[in-house]
Design a binder for this molecule. Structure first.
Ligand code: INI
Length: 164
């Protein structure tokens, strides 16, 4: 990122995962895709130093149930961030719009109401081909979502310590 803009202070989180407890909520619906997202998330957790003992994986029936499980993980004090993994693939009916929309809305509600980062690692695609492409080794929404979670945890820690 290159800019001439100058400010009195500038703050951003890094992706150091040491000492960060991460919950992963994963939808079983379209599990041929969500297991690939989980794989990508697992790789990123290891690369960024999150201890295996600090990771909790929770399975739910589908994307619609993800916000409820994320909220419960946070309420029970197990995690510093939640990564939500799901795959909503457009079908013939309007069901897609309700499931994807309510999942996104619920995730944002949970993170804003709890103050704990909850990452939207849910694929919403037109077709299976797009879902496969976004859950591949080269481009994986699960991996990207873990990095987002770590960055947000470390950013919030800095901001709450007044280092802004
Ligand atoms: N759940 C998904 O995670 N992805 C989908 O594509 C999907 N579609 O298309 O129906 C889906 N439906 C199930 C939904 O998440 C709930 O589990 C169900 O409605 C019960 O509340």
């Amino acid at each position: 990122m290159s800019t001439n803009f100058r400010a009195a202070s500038s703050v951003a989180g890094d992706v150091d995962g040491s000492g960060v407890r991460v919950g992963i909520v994963c939808g079983r619906f379209n599990d041929h895709i969500t297991t690939r997202l989980l794989e990508g998330a697992g790789n990123a957790l290891a690369v960024h130093g999150v201890a295996e003992a600090d990771v909790t994986v929770v399975w739910v029936p589908g994307a619609y149930e993800i916000p409820m499980a994320a909220k419960s993980l946070i309420a029970n004090g197990h995690v510093d961030a939640v990564v939500c993994l799901g795959a909503v693939i457009r079908g013939e009916t309007s069901h897609y719009d309700f499931v994807a929309g309510e999942c996104a809305r619920g995730i944002q509600d949970v993170q804003l109401s709890t103050g704990v980062p909850v990452v939207f690692g849910v694929l919403t695609t037109e077709n299976l081909e797009q879902a496969l492409a976004r859950s591949s080794e080269e481009d994986n929404k699960g991996e990207e979502s873990v990095k987002t979670a770590l960055e947000m945890v470390n950013l919030l820690r800095k901001l709450s310590a007044g280092r802004s």
